[in-house]
Ligand binder design. Structure first.
Ligand SMILES: C[S@@+](CC[C@H](N)C(=O)[O-])C[C@H]1O[C@@H](n2cnc3c(N)ncnc32)[C@H](O)[C@@H]1O
Length: 461
């Protein structure tokens, strides 16, 4: 790196302060080298002091934008986080379609859309699941602060890597080969409007979003780059822009700041949030219950102390804290129950290889523990290693035939491969296994109850 770009302490503070205040981004000292690299690549001969001065001045807008384009991370791919797409397909989208069936109009926002894989995935899912999409007015807004990502999203051409999780069905139906890449189909492209908007800048959002509210907002894998203040501000924005009954989907382990006007809804492998309607609030008051569903943490399998606390932290999306808790526990004892939980939180935090390693260790200690294979399968699915994920899923059922979550995942595996018959069989297995179990009994150690899972499966079947 050029010597001119060693940021001194004052310059580092100036720059990280600007990024925090203007973009919500968190750049602690450990990320100094990252900052210096991005500065160096756009500085055009300015030294560190001049650079900081320029980006902070009104004439430095262009430079700041180039800097942001270099700095922001656009890691994304089609149908990322299967659990979200399962929830969208089976419950969230059908619910929205039903609610809007009268006016035939719906609004969706993908915030922090990067190069477009996320909004295009949702658009394809809408085309698949909405009868007569042509008869609807669908407003699909996709925003990001990185203008290079947005240009590439508008162009709609993708390399192999973006399809790491996609079944061939989608590629054949919605893409065409184009000079060694894949061009997204015109009807999908036409559905999504890409606009530059900084989530922290009120003016940007007012212009991009326009009047009215959204039935669904996705903002996934954006808050991981934000500091607390940025998360609070962006959460407030989403709370305001959601329609009553509207849904918010954030990334794994990302804290969405919500209030009594929201409920956290548990799906297998995912938490999403729903803004309550006036009727929901009235009904909750009548029952004298808090409108927000309290989350209980109950043990999945008997496991010695401290685990419940970690489970509770996972249940409220605080995976980093759960990791600290579990790290202490695994230092004190060898236990497969702890090891797969390590795998789960590391997977939620995007530390896939480490997560897999803990699952392997768990399976080595207790070959019959289905969670060691199940969590490994979920991580591998995120990594796009579909065949290995399937093998692990099968293994989880082999060691425990009555493993409910394994059957549920198997069902969604078949469903995404359009094998409806096998999917229905697996869903029926889930219902059979839940038969006779108490509604409030927890099954996944992250808040998912028997009653909730039964409800989800019944909605799908
Ligand atoms: C890792 S990508 C997430 C892409 C996609 N949502 C997903 O989950 O696959 C994070 C995106 O957030 C965007 N971003 C970061 N700060 C932002 C801000 N203040 N306003 C809007 N977008 C921002 C980045 O430019 C980047 O494209």
């Amino acid at each position: 790196m050029s010597k001119a770009f060693e940021l001194g302490e004052r310059e580092f503070q100036t720059l990280s302060g600007l990024l925090r205040d203007r973009f919500g981004l968190d750049y602690p000292l450990q990320k100094k080298v990252e900052l210096e690299k991005a500065c160096a690549s756009v500085s055009d001969g300015l030294d560190a002091a001049e650079f900081c001065c320029e980006v902070g001045s009104p004439s430095g807008e262009g430079l700041f934008q180039r800097f942001i384009n270099r700095l922001t991370v656009g890691e994304t791919y089609f149908f990322r986080i299967q659990a979200h797409f399962d929830a969208l397909k089976s419950v969230i989208l059908p619910g929205i379609f039903k609610k809007r069936a009268g006016e035939k109009r719906l609004r969706i926002w993908s915030a922090g859309c990067a190069t477009g894989e996320e909004p295009y995935s949702v658009a394809m899912l809408i085309l698949e699941t909405l009868p007569d999409p042509g008869g609807w007015e669908i407003e699909f807004l996709a925003t990001d602060v990185n203008t290079d990502f947005l240009s590439s999203a508008r162009r709609g051409r993708y390399r192999e890597w973006s399809f790491r999780k996609v079944d061939d069905y989608w590629r054949k139906k919605y893409f065409e080969p184009a000079d060694g890449e894949w061009q997204v189909a015109a009807d999908v492209r036409a559905m999504v409007k890409f606009v530059r908007a900084n989530l922290i800048d009120e003016r940007d959002n007012v212009v991009a979003v326009g009047p009215g509210s959204f039935d669904l907002i996705l903002c996934r894998n954006v808050f991981i780059y934000f500091g607390d203040e940025g998360i609070e501000r962006a959460s407030a924005l989403f709370r305001r822009y959601l329609a009553p009954g509207g849904w918010f989907v954030g990334g794994h382990a990302e804290p969405f700041v919500y209030d009594d006007g929201f409920e956290a809804v548990n799906f297998p492998g995912a938490f999403v949030y729903r803004k309550l309607t006036a009727e929901d609030v009235a009904a909750a008051k009548k029952r004298r219950l808090p409108a927000e569903r309290p989350r209980k943490a109950v043990r999945v399998r008997p496991a010695a102390g401290g685990v419940e606390r970690a489970d509770r932290l996972v249940a409220v999306g605080k995976d980093s804290r759960a990791l600290e808790q579990l790290t202490e526990l695994v230092a004190a004892r060898e236990d497969a129950e702890l090891y797969w939980r390590m795998g789960r939180v590391l997977g939620n935090l995007g530390r896939y290889e480490e997560g897999l390693e803990w699952c392997r260790r768990g399976a080595a200690l207790d070959k019959t523990n289905p969670y060691c294979y199940y969590i490994a399968a979920l991580i591998q699915e995120e990594m796009g290693k579909n065949d290995e994920a399937f093998d692990n899923l099968r293994r989880s059922l082999y060691v425990e035939k009555s493993f409910v979550l394994g059957h549920f995942s198997m069902a969604s595996y078949h469903r995404w491969r359009r094998d409806e018959e096998r999917a229905a069989r697996s869903y029926r297995n889930v219902l059979k296994l839940l038969d006779g179990r108490g509604e409030d009994e927890e099954i996944s150690g992250d808040g998912l109850t028997v009653g909730r899972l039964r409800e989800i499966v019944n909605q799908i079947l």
